[in-house]
Write a protein that binds this ligand. Structure first.
Ligand code: SF4
Length: 352
C-alpha cells in the first residue's frame, strides 16, 4: 500500500497562546525552506496516496510555492491532498490557485465562532473571517472542507459551544475535528492566571464534549475517531493512515514519519534543514506492534478492536460496558462517547 506524505510548514503570523507545535514567526526563510522541502521530496522514490500540509500555517506559503512542492511529489491519481489553512490568511483567489495546484481538501483552523474565545486563544482571525473563508473555499470549488473546533476553551459555556456548533453545521463543511483544549506546560496560556480561571470546570468540560458528540451526530456528522466527525465518505484518509498504523513519510522540521517498521522524527532546526542535502531523521523506535495497533484502533470509534485480541479483554470489557465506557458490536470492542473522555485510561486498561 502506498504511503502518505506529511509536509510540515513551520511558519505562523503569531503564536497562539495555547500552541506548543513547532513554528516561528520569522518568515524570511520560507523560500529556502520550500527549496529544501522540494529537495527532500524529490529524493523519495515512491508514489503517495495522501498528502497533508500541516503546521504551522501552510497557507503562509504562496500558491506558487505549494504548486512547486506538489509538482516534486509523485502523487497518485485520486489521492487526497489536504492543506491546513488559517482563516486569517485566506483570500478568495488563493483558494482557486491552490486548487489548480492539486489541493483537494482544506482543513480550516476555525477553533470557535465566538470572538471573545478566539481572542483568549490568541488567534489572529475573527469569527466572521472564518465564515467567509469557508464560503470562499466552497465558491472556489472545494467540496471537501474540514473545520477544527476547540472545546473547553477559556470563557466557553455550553451555550457558546452550541452557537459555534450551530454555525459550523450551517456552513458547507464535510468534516469537523473537535479537540478538547489541553493546557501544555510552557505555553503562555499555562502561565495566564486569568485565562486559566476562565476555563470550564472538569464537569463542564465533560458536558461540552458529550454535547458536542451528540449535536454533531444529530446533524449528519458521524463520529469516527475520538475527536473527528465526518459526513458520509469524508473521513480524512491521511489521518486514517495514522490510526490504521500505516506508514507515511514526514518532511520538514519537527515532522514525524513511519517507514520500514521504524518511527522517526526530523531532528533538524530550520537552518540545518535548509542547509543539509537531506533532512536528519532520528529513529524513535519500532512501530506497528500489537499494542500500538490496538491503542490506535481503539481511537476509531466505528472500528475498535476484536474482543479476542488480548487474552483478558473479553472479561475486562464487561466492566467497561457496565460503566458505559465501551460497547461490543459484532465481536469488536468500541469506545462510547463517555469512554472517549477517559480514552487513555480505558485503552491502557484494555491492553494491560
Ligand atoms: S496557527 Fe496553529 S501552529 Fe500557528 S501558533 Fe496558532 S495553533 Fe500554533
Amino acid at each position: 500500500m502506498s504511503r502518505g506524505l506529511y509536509i510540515h510548514v513551520p511558519f505562523c503570523v503569531r503564536k497562539c497562546r495555547y500552541c506548543d507545535f513547532f513554528s516561528v514567526t520569522d518568515v524570511s526563510l520560507a523560500e529556502s525552506y520550500v527549496h529544501s522541502t522540494i529537495r527532500n521530496i524529490s529524493a523519495l522514490n515512491e508514489s503517495f496516496s495522501t498528502v497533508y500540509f500541516g503546521g504551522g500555517t501552510p497557507s503562509l506559503l504562496s500558491a506558487e510555492q505549494i504548486n512547486r512542492i506538489l509538482s516534486a511529489a509523485d502523487i497518485e491519481s485520486g489521492a487526497e491532498v489536504s492543506m491546513e489553512i488559517n482563516p486569517g490568511t485566506a483570500r478568495e483567489s488563493y483558494f482557486r490557485e491552490i486548487k489548480a495546484a492539486g489541493v483537494n481538501r482544506i482543513s480550516f483552523g476555525i477553533q470557535s465562532f465566538n470572538d471573545k474565545e478566539l481572542s483568549a486563544l490568541g488567534r489572529i482571525h475573527k469569527a466572521s473571517e472564518a465564515v467567509s473563508a469557508v464560503l470562499s473555499a466552497n465558491k472556489a470549488g472545494f467540496e471537501n472542507i474540514s473545520g477544527d473546533i476547540m472545546l473547553a476553551v477559556p470563557f466557553q459555556t455550553e451555550n457558546s459551544m452550541r452557537e459555534t456548533l450551530e454555525k459550523a453545521v450551517s456552513l458547507p463543511l464535510t468534516h469537523i475535528s473537535a479537540y478538547l483544549l489541553k493546557v501544555e506546560d510552557g505555553t503562555p496560556l499555562s502561565k495566564d492566571r486569568s485565562l486559566l480561571e476562565a476555563l470550564p470546570s472538569e464537569d463542564g468540560t465533560a458536558d461540552i464534549y458529550l454535547e458536542t458528540v451528540d449535536f454533531l451526530e444529530n446533524h449528519g456528522f458521524e463520529q469516527y475517531e475520538i475527536s473527528n466527525f465526518s459526513k458520509n465518505g469524508f473521513e480524512c484518509k491521511h489521518n486514517l493512515k495514522y490510526w490504521h498504523c500505516e506508514e507515511y513519510c514526514g518532511i520538514g522540521v519537527s515532522a514525524h514519519g513511519f517507514a520500514e517498521g521504524e518511527r522517526y522524527r526530523c531532528g533538524d532546526t530550520i537552518e540545518s534543514f535548509i542547509n543539509s542535502p537531506l533532512q536528519r531523521n532520528i529513529p524513535t523506535g519500532k512501530g506497528g506492534d500489537t499494542e500500538e495497533r490496538a491503542m490506535l484502533a481503539l481511537r476509531l470509534t466505528k472500528e475498535g478492536i476484536p474482543v479476542t485480541m488480548f487474552p483478558n479483554l473479553e472479561k475486562r470489557s464487561e466492566q467497561l460496558i457496565k460503566n458505559g465506557l465501551a460497547r461490543i458490536e459484532n465481536g469488536f470492542l468500541k469506545l462510547t462517547a463517555k469512554g472517549c473522555l477517559v480514552s487513555n485510561q480505558v485503552i491502557v486498561y484494555c491492553i494491560g
